[in-house]
Design a protein around this ligand. Structure first.
Ligand code: ADP
Length: 455
């Protein structure tokens, strides 16, 4: 398993430490998860775990989040905890906590589509049809039961196509099924969608019904989707970091439209695939994003591969903009999203969903190393240690792609460019990622700069 790489400025002697907002003491953290993130936090020099029940408490005129064992500076909490405590909690200036209050605006399937549709409409009104076409990256989707009648009209206009039904708030492929005929959802309708004549009847679970992408891009005859890690440190102004590495998750069985009831063929979730009878954990169902980019470059062209990844950048920025005015911005909060993107046979990327709690449990050594690196770099970007200058465009595997506007790449850092020009976006998904070397360089540079500023 990876060991943290010691870098200059990491464990400075007491007298020499950068006095950041936390001052000259250890950083106290809490963590609700028992997976890779806990390993990362425990291995981080100068960080100390605090435990106990967290609640809001007040002393004198100031109110702060306390645990029974003392204050925390950093909390990797679960969404349930945040929902239960956020509204009564007051945080000190320097405290950082995972999740924005209403992150579900982007991560619940129905709300994500609603927000995207709204921004697309607004863009069409204000900037015209052509510009609004840049939003055509999510499949036609309706919320059920509320939009059932509109869906039926659309269904009748497109006879024979395949639709996918998904519970709006579930994950890991739970409750998903594909269908071709309206009568295939009558069973679902019987159970889920009845007029609410009985006042005691529970409100039916919200689903989305979505046009199924029938022609996915296949490698070795198998379908895959791409997991992309995105860190948002602020919504106002919008500040977005994109991680260079991620992975493609393949289905275990060859793709075919003959068996639409077979989840092993159509759903690429690891949670689904690992239950397949012939699943081989050693063979794995994953490719690193770098491998995928190389494959697409070799098979098609560097330009075709670049277009795919530019399309993914567009998906990330447009989707975040669609909730920018809705998310309750709070300087204490950050979000690490896991985007799921599917390519169709024309290499067009489609947004499938956005997760606010992407799986941090590793499925093998490579997966562990990837997740360990992402999480460490989340902490490096957040910089509670105050080791950066704040002007960095790259921190480890994260590149700053949006800072209240598009961020352009510097000359000479264009690992994936053809000519190294500086008019290209600072985005390197699927590119070379020597994160430890890069961290050493920026920490050395930041230290030198800080020393000069002091003397
Ligand atoms: P969950 O939150 O349960 O994982 P997703 O929306 O991510 O639900 O869907 C699960 C899987 O189903 C995806 O990883 C993808 O393989 C497949 N899938 C979902 N929507 C579509 C679609 N519109 N077209 C093709 N495949 C889809």
């Amino acid at each position: 398993m990876s060991k943290i790489n010691r870098v200059p400025g990491y464990m400075q002697s007491k007298g020499n430490r950068n006095r950041g907002p936390i001052g000259d003491r250890e950083i106290r953290y809490k963590c609700s998860m028992q997976n890779t993130i806990l390993d990362v936090l425990r291995a981080r020099p100068g960080w100390q775990e605090v435990s106990g029940t967290t609640g809001a408490s007040s002393s004198g005129g100031t109110t702060s989040a306390k645990t029974s064992d003392g204050d925390w500076d950093f909390y990797w909490c679960d969404r349930e905890w945040l929902h239960a405590n956020y509204d009564t909690m007051f945080l000190q200036e320097h405290q950082k906590i995972l999740h924005f209050r209403n992150h579900y605006e982007l991560t619940r399937k129905n709300l994500m589509v609603k927000n995207l549709k709204r921004l697309r409409k607004q863009t069409e009104r204000e900037m015209g049809k052509k510009e609004a076409e840049s939003f055509d990256f999510f499949p036609t989707t309706y919320e059920l039961p509320s939009e059932y009648h509109i869906f039926v009209e659309e269904f009748k206009k497109n006879p024979g196509i395949i639709w996918i039904m998904k519970p709006a708030a579930k994950s890991q492929g739970r409750g998903i099924f594909l269908f071709r005929k309206l009568k295939d959802i009558t069973d679902w309708k019987k159970g889920e969608y009845q007029p609410l004549t009985d006042p005691n009847r529970e409100v039916p679970e919200t689903y989305v019904v979505q046009r199924y992408i029938e022609d996915p891009y296949l490698i070795g005859g198998r379908k895959f989707d791409i997991r992309v890690y995105v860190l948002v440190v602020s919504y106002n102004p919008l500040k977005v970091w994109l991680y260079r590495s991620g992975f493609a998750r393949f289905s275990n069985s060859r793709f075919s439209l003959d068996s639409i009831e077979d989840a092993y063929v159509h759903l690429t979730n690891v949670a689904v695939q690992k239950t397949a009878p012939d699943y081989d954990p050693d063979k794995g169902c994953k490719w690193a994003t770098q491998q995928l980019r190389q494959y697409l470059t070799a098979k098609h062209s560097a330009d075709a591969a670049r277009k795919v990844f530019q399309g993914i950048d567009n998906i990330i920025i447009k989707s975040l903009q669609s909730v920018q005015k809705i998310i309750i911005n709070d300087k204490h909060c950050f979000e690490m999203y896991g985007y799921d993107v599917l390519l169709d046979a024309n290499l067009k990327p489609w947004l499938i969903e956005i997760n606010a709690s992407p799986s941090l449990t590793a499925s093998g050594k490579d997966d562990y190393d990837l997740k360990y690196g992402v999480l460490n770099d989340v902490l490096n970007v957040l910089d509670l240690e105050n080791r950066l200058t704040g002007k960095e465009k790259r921190v480890g595997g994260f590149d700053l792609i949006w800072d209240d506007g598009p961020v352009l790449a510097d000359d000479g850092s264009m690992e994936c460019s053809v000519n190294g020009t500086s008019t290209t976006a600072n985005s390197f998904l699927g590119c070379h990622c020597e994160r430890k070397k890069q961290l050493r360089e920026i920490y050395t540079a930041a230290q030198a700069l800080k020393k000069t500023a002091v003397s």
